[in-house]
Design a protein around this ligand. Structure first.
Ligand code: CAA
Ligand code: FAD
Length: 387
């Protein structure tokens, strides 16, 4: 299905990375997807393979252990991985766009050397900790506190919730309040080493979907951050979080497209095989209308996501386009997986087929990295200038 949607003039390198991702997705991830979904077992072995092939640091320059590719290549690879298993693509997305991307954009040379290589090579896992029990969408209402000491160190106390890869991460990008009186301008980003004293993990959360992506609450009790572990400038943490999430939303849009494509392709095959009233169910006009709408939503999601990725690659502002892509793709994934399940009838509801997994996995894309309501808020604020 190379260039199946439109010829974006993908380069040989972009298509090669897509091929590598597709091969690993089909040969390693797909055969174990059902097992990982049922057991919730973290797919460490597959993550290592993805890392060895440059897929845990796609936009990371080779000097820091990555594939040195661009955001469009990232989209193409993420779609392939997500089409095989969404849980894997969540882990890939956080490592690539929330962890590596943030340090590459805002970190010092020493921080890039220290934190990026092991994560980009898939030897260690990274995480991103913004959300707290009382603050998700309203991220500046965080309470986790980092108090500056006379010697320039910070002492961190507080909780973060729903942290993807929290149970397995070696390093975490943490956002904490350093000057509560300043609101969003009082937030600072820090690099956390989870092997150090004062860091604690809660239980792994049981979830509806993306079950092999491990998520937990984390807690800090007098955890000491050294001055060279501050990421970016003090008080700039919220802008860093928002900038990193702009990129992250391209990753989640790609994940949604992968889930939607898998559900769509399974449906295309099924409507030709399954017969009712003496004909393939795909011959009924009502089914054909669903197929047409699925196709439109899938193509729109992919094109909008490639547009956001292309803008990012050009070094242009892409906040609105990333939210447009994430909103369109996540709602497409939910709608397409819903229709796919309906078209499969009883088989869609059965664990004998992956359709019910696509349906469960699709839902998270409308929630994390900003709910659909928050994407609408970002888009409309950008368009109107009003808030
Ligand atoms: N880039 C750079 N800076 C930005 C920005 C962006 N995209 N968006 C906002 N800012 C800046 C603003 O310019 C402003 O700066 P000044 O103080 O200098 O003016 C500052 O940030 C505060 O901005 P707002 O006043 O717009 O902030 P707000 O409180 O109204 O919140 C929001 C805006 C869009 C709702 C934001 O809070 C948000 O995105 N919430 C959703 C949180 C989210 O997506 N969490 C995801 C967690 S990670 C995750 O989920 C990972 C995973 O699942 C795998
Ligand atoms: P709330 O903010 O409480 O929202 C509840 C409802 O109110 C939503 O429907 C929301 O859209 C709506 N709402 C809120 N504000 C408005 C508004 N202004 N206008 C209209 N409607 C509004 N966070 C991290 O920091 N790191 C991670 O790695 C991470 N991974 C996650 C993995 C999973 C599986 C899950 C479930 C969550 C993860 N999150 C992570 C947290 C995620 O980003 C938040 O759940 C999400 O941003 C929503 O926040 P909330 O759950 O607190 O919902």
């Amino acid at each position: 299905r190379r260039g199946a949607v439109v010829d974006f003039g993908f380069s040989e390198e972009q298509l090669m990375l897509q091929d590598v991702a597709r091969r690993i997705a089909r040969e390693k991830i797909l055969p174990s997807a059902e097992h990982h979904d049922q057991t919730g077992e973290f797919p460490l072995d597959n993550i290592r393979t993805l890392g060895e092939n440059g897929l845990m640091g796609i936009e990371v320059p080779a000097e820091y252990g990555g594939a040195g590719m661009d955001p469009v290549a990232y989209v193409l690879a993420m779609v392939e991985i997500a089409a095989a298993d969404a849980a894997h693509s969540t882990i890939v997305s956080v490592n690539n766009s929330l962890f590596c991307n943030g340090i590459l954009t805002f970190g010092t040379e020493a921080q890039k050397q220290k934190y990026v290589r092991a994560i980009a090579e898939g030897r260690e896992i990274g995480a991103f900790a913004l959300t707290e029990p009382q603050s998700g969408s309203d991220a500046t209402a965080m309470r986790c506190r980092a108090t500056k000491q006379a010697d320039g160190t910070f002492v961190v106390n507080g909780k973060k919730s729903w942290i993807t890869s929290g149970p397995v991460a070696k390093y975490i990008v943490l956002f904490a309040m350093t000057e509560p009186d300043k609101g969003a301008r009082g937030i600072t980003a820090f690099m956390i080493d989870t092997d150090r004293a004062g860091f604690h993990r809660g239980k792994t959360e049981p979830k509806l979907g993306i079950r092999a992506s491990a998520t937990c609450e984390i807690e800090f009790a007098d955890y000491v951050v050294q001055p060279d572990e501050v990421l970016g400038d003090e008080g700039h943490g919220f802008k860093i979080a928002m900038g990193v999430l702009d990129a992250g939303r391209i990753g989640i849009a790609s994940q949604a497209i992968g889930i939607a494509r898998a559900a769509y392709e399974a449906t295309l095959a099924y409507v030709k095989e399954r017969k009712a009233f003496g004909q393939p169910i795909g011959a009924f006009q009502m089914t054909q209308a669903k197929i047409a709408d699925m196709k439109c939503k899938l193509d729109a999601a992919l094109l909008l996501t490639l547009r956001a990725a292309w803008l990012k690659g050009q070094g242009k502002r892409f906040t609105t386009e990333a939210s447009v892509a994430k909103l369109t793709a996540s709602e497409a994934a939910m709608w397409i997986s819903h229709q796919a399940l309906q078209i499969h009838g009883g088989m869609g509801y059965s664990k004998e087929m992956p359709i019910e997994r696509y349906f469960r996995d699709a839902k998270i894309t409308e929630i994390y990295e900003g709910t659909s309501e928050i994407q609408r808020l970002v888009i409309a604020r950008g368009e109107t200038g009003l808030r």
